[in-house]
Ligand binder design. Sequence first.
Ligand code: NAG
Ligand code: NAG
Ligand code: NAG
Ligand code: NAG
Ligand code: NAG
Ligand code: NAG
Ligand code: NAG
Length: 765
Amino acid sequence: MCIKTSLLLLLSLLFCAAVSEGTQDFAVNVNNDGTYNVVVKGDVWLKSAPTFFRADGQVFSSADLSLKLVKITQSSGVDVIGQWEANSFLYQAGSSQIEASFVQYTPDPSIFTYNNPAVPFILFKQRYINGANNTASNKTDFTISGFPGFLIQDSSIPLGYLSYGGSQGGSIGLNVGQWGPSSFEIDDGIEGGPLTLFDRVKTANTLIISPASRFMSSSIWRQRSSTGGDNVYWGTMGGVEDVPVGVETSFILFCGNQGINKASVSWGQILQRWHGRTDQYMKSDFTINYLGYWTDNGAYYYYRTEKGKNHQDTMLDIKSYMGQIGVPVRYIQYDAWWYYWDNDHGVVTWSAQPKIFPNGMQWLYNKTQYPVVAHSMYWSSNTTYATANGGKYEFVIDGPKALPLEERFWTDLLADARKWGLFVYEQDYLRNEFEGINKLLTDIDLGRQWLTQMGNGAAKNGLTIQYCMSFPRHLLQSLEIPVVTQSRVSHDNRPNTDNWKIGVSSIFALSLGVVPYKDNFWTTSVQPGNRYNLSEPHTSLNAVVATLSTGPVGISDMIGGTNKTLIMKSVNADGLILKPSRPATAIDNRIRRMAWSDFEGPDGEVWSTYSDFGGKNKYGIILAADLQGSYNMTPCMAGYQGFPSSMVFPAKDSNKIQPLTDPQPLTMSGCTMTDFCLFYVSPVLTVNGKQVLIQGELDKWVPMSPQRVTDINIADDITINLTGAAHETVSFWFNVDGKSSPVTCTLGAAGLATLSFTAGTCRGV
Ligand SMILES: *[C@@H]1O[C@H](CO)[C@@H](O)[C@H](O)[C@H]1NC(C)=O
Ligand SMILES: *[C@@H]1O[C@H](CO)[C@@H](O)[C@H](O)[C@H]1NC(C)=O
Ligand SMILES: *[C@@H]1O[C@H](CO)[C@@H](O)[C@H](O)[C@H]1NC(C)=O
Ligand SMILES: *[C@@H]1O[C@H](CO)[C@@H](O)[C@H](O)[C@H]1NC(C)=O
Ligand SMILES: *[C@@H]1O[C@H](CO)[C@@H](O)[C@H](O)[C@H]1NC(C)=O
Ligand SMILES: *[C@@H]1O[C@H](CO)[C@@H](O)[C@H](O)[C@H]1NC(C)=O
Ligand SMILES: *[C@@H]1O[C@H](CO)[C@@H](O)[C@H](O)[C@H]1NC(C)=O
């Protein structure tokens, strides 16, 4: 069969989203010559670029017909995501047969747990039927295949883009701008990540394109053409030298009509279902739930000890200091200074240097009783674990670096580390390991093997993993590795930097079911003798951001420099973090304002989150900081669609309540970094003819946290169950007809209490 045989005039994969206003929400039109376009709400957003595959040392492209279309077939079926229908184009690329399929899915509605509609999406699948040889491109940042691919042209309506890229979970090379040949700039290739396109209409229509499998070896490539006519492609990364028989790689194109945040969460939920990722490890990770003490970059004791003392004694002094002032730190992190490293700082042996911890890790754990988060880097070519150096495990050695090849290595290493209290293995410098071992760039499977072996080793030992300095591909790979529970999403915390600006990068982590980590922070501004010669003017902002992130809350003060009042706003008396139900993220209009300077969105950080107690019990939190001028925000813009009728009040004045509705938006102004704006949103209740707002524990950043409030019962009375430390005192506020007052609770020996609003009493258990 050949292309000239006209099979079908138009293979139309048209489909509609659940919500309909008469116009088609989203369609991908496929023609019988293999070209296609993407239509959103009747407008053509994207037109296909020529499909290409590299094989036998050449490029075969549909542009010059060197890529031969052999036949088109149709198929359908059902899988873990839902029903699908595929149109497959079989191509001949030199000696390779490769199938490019458009697979239309109707996803199972149970995938979407945030009340998001189950909208259809499309998968672009590349299948190497007999494999391909000599595929490598001359640049690892290119791709060896291009399907899907789109022309970078001005579209009929203005489109913006958000692209994750670079280190720290794609935050360092995060780009937001306008789609079009002169303005579309992304960190692509090895550093590249998911691409999001959105429009300017009220609730942004949003298109997300990313790999859906083989995350470590799939890339996005912004192709530049000297003849004009640039393209953006998705395919296998450019360094891959051959593709084994039967390899399948897929890319998802998801379209949502409820804004950028919601589309991203739905996209992530599909990928999580696909790869069987569950949040059980994230939910139970001790270090995500409790206050910690950190010694990484930005910390007072990063490569530094107290005067005249060693690291061991400094760590013991931290423990006793926290005890003295009654700050419930529950674990400790040891950074890159504790183990044996080599000239390139690669790890030689992952155990304590005697000059650092003379009595050893086990002794130290026994003394501090602190569970440990321990840092690790790439492995040195001199690592004592490698058979090449007399060790027991196979490694690839490449220049100064080495890469373990056996799962056994991780299992044994981490089993040993458990004995000294390891809870979380922190794998730092993921990008350097990836770029430093050439085989990771040329082999289609090795990257995935490396990270899954590490994950399996951790899982077997009941440990979890934090990724640091990861590219988006590492974070995407964690879809298959649920013990990866946390990831850094901004550059290292140096005092007085914008490391706290994680509102956009948190959306990516959140969507994959990984908690974002903002890094350590100081709780007092001036800490004399620090190695950075800096002070931190924004201690409160850092504390609130860490708490609202739902990730680790890690302080890093000098001994004598912890502000107990400040840190206790984040946690209960046991050190349990009182957090919202999901990470705070930048509102859609913030992102759109980053793309278009004339857009109505805020010129600065405006983030939202909420605590969800089921049903109508939804409590919002809005943070605005470093905001120029003022901004009016409706509940819809905050992502509070479906919330009950609510009122809003500033954290600083709980009497200052006002309605929050679309016609009565919240006006925010004067929101700086030192004096940021924090607002709480509570449903309006009526009890005995009075208007009542449950305002909660107002001396915490999150006054209504599921970690504190376990039950809310609203009838003639409001009864609320609280939990916390044994005998802890909780001051819990209500606003009645505009006036706020507290009910004071003392929890019982079991750390429980039930509060009655009408009686104004609280009974501890
Ligand atoms: C790739 O190379 C191998 C080994 O030389 C050969 O057996 C195989 O047929 C080649 N595959 C293709 C698609 O050319
Ligand atoms: C690298 O490959 C691209 C396309 O694959 C080609 O256009 C370019 O000329 C090549 N560059 C070199 C230096 O070979
Ligand atoms: C490994 O050890 C050798 C011999 O001591 C040394 O010359 C080399 O620099 C070390 N490699 C690294 C990466 O430090
Ligand atoms: C841990 O501490 C206990 C009690 O102080 C002691 O008996 C035990 O030997 C210690 N273990 C280690 C490994 O230091
Ligand atoms: C520390 O900073 C201050 C002011 O920023 C400067 O005057 C001083 O020289 C710095 N000290 C060192 C050791 O760099
Ligand atoms: C400690 O934090 C509290 C609460 O943010 C603040 O009011 C107080 O000024 C801080 N104290 C110091 C010494 O920084
Ligand atoms: C709330 O507390 C009351 C009284 O202690 C208890 O009977 C009830 O089961 C609790 N509700 C929940 C959901 O825990």
